[in-house]
Design a protein around this ligand. Sequence first.
Ligand code: BES
Ligand code: MN
Ligand code: ZN
Length: 497
Amino acid sequence: MDIKVIQGSLSDVSCDVLIVNLFEGVKLPAGGTGTVDAALDNIISEYVIGKDDFKGKLGDTYVIPSYGKIPAQKILLIGLGKAEKFDSNTIRLVASKAIKKSISFLKAKKVCSILHGAGIAGLDPIDCAQMTVEGTLIGAYKFSKYKTKKNNNGYEGPTEFNIVEIDPDKLQRINEGLEKGKIIAEAVNYARDLVNEPASFVTPSKLAENAKSINGIECTIIDREEAEKLGMGSYLAVAKGSSEPPKFIHMTYRSANPVKKIALVGKGITFDSGGLDIKPASSMTNMKDDMSGAAAVLGIMNALTKLKPDVEVHGIIAACENMPSSTAYKPGDILKALNGKTIEVDNTDAEGRLTLADALAYADNLKVDQIIDLATLTGACLVALGYMASGIMGNNQELIDILMKSADRGGERLWQLPMYKEYFEGLKSDVADFKNSGPRWAGASTAGLFLKEFVSETPWAHIDIAGPAYLDKEIKELAKGPSGVGVRTLLNHIMSL
Ligand code: BES
Ligand code: MN
Ligand code: ZN
């Protein structure tokens, strides 16, 4: 979809669908919607609102044909909800609802839209444009690569999306926000694509290839032999059961005068069968999503080369597959991680933390200012928080608080879970420093406590995305399936440093 801003009046643009908006309770629309209403001989105020009682409730839509009164074929009116509840997250949401309707119901190719939120106190046109574009691109996303039957007479979604603005003074700011929104949404959709792809296609080698193909970053791939020499015994144990070779990926985005250095670590289990402690079939169905953290990190690295913040960012992924076989690691095995600590394997399905152990220790050696990991780590986190929030833990409250704010601005949710040190007792081992899993209760917290053993003093936050990574139904701007969660939160975080 080609996205741009054009200068002019909404009542003059020609397109299949023209998106305008309405606050809840407004009887006589002003601004852009008012212009269109006037050009349509007040059909919106007198008929749609007056007689047909369209209230402008958040996300509600109403479609009217223009009957040739303006060049746009159809007008899609989208409800903005209550003015006092309106914020930039609302813009993203309504933009996504509007484009979804334009696609599913109207089969629009060329779409023009009002800039949602323009003229609302406290909202900069940059943010309005960014959110309008984020919502549009995230909302329009679909993964149809493997569908052979094209439905809807070959209709494949909109090809053009134009934000229409009358005020020439605002164009530059709108363009700036538009570009930012595009880069962020494309990173989200890149991550969604990667998770949607089958695990037999997105192997550890494929993740490494993708990392290498990102222009504008450095990329080092550490193969099994080299990882062995370095002492990554914990990560390599997980990889042992698979014929797919492990790939430890280290990407670096550099800038001339970085204000901070940070490391992003993404869990990259390209398929989690559970290993010898094999999962039941119903729990394995979506386990191609166990590299959602890695996919987000790859999306972020891609976006950084275009956003160009003054930050040094290391993207680290210990990619491998967790499979049962005669070469697989076994319960009872004792592993030695990169930082020298020993781990007794209690359960081969608690593999994510074993790969993260070495990835975090590696990140810690880079002497960065912050380490943040993103991982589909525990079913327990999904049980605790469901699909609406990721769990956050860490060794630094300030970093956690900042990340929670970045998440809010990105339309994602983080909820802090405790890391009571008493829970670490559940990981006590008779033969090694500790075990990789313990009692069932507070499973997300014990996983966090396990990871903590592999970071020294560096401020570190762990984000368990097991819930939001893969949606079983549409939520807000996101469709069913992979969500690209973490991309928006972490890009916001990096951009605000
Ligand atoms: N990848 C899973 C966690 C997961 C479960 C993610 C459901 C998304 C949806 C992880 O590797 C896992 O299997 N964790 C185990 C840990 C247990 C064995 C201590 C779990 O949560 O059951
Ligand atoms: Mn597992
Ligand atoms: Zn896993």
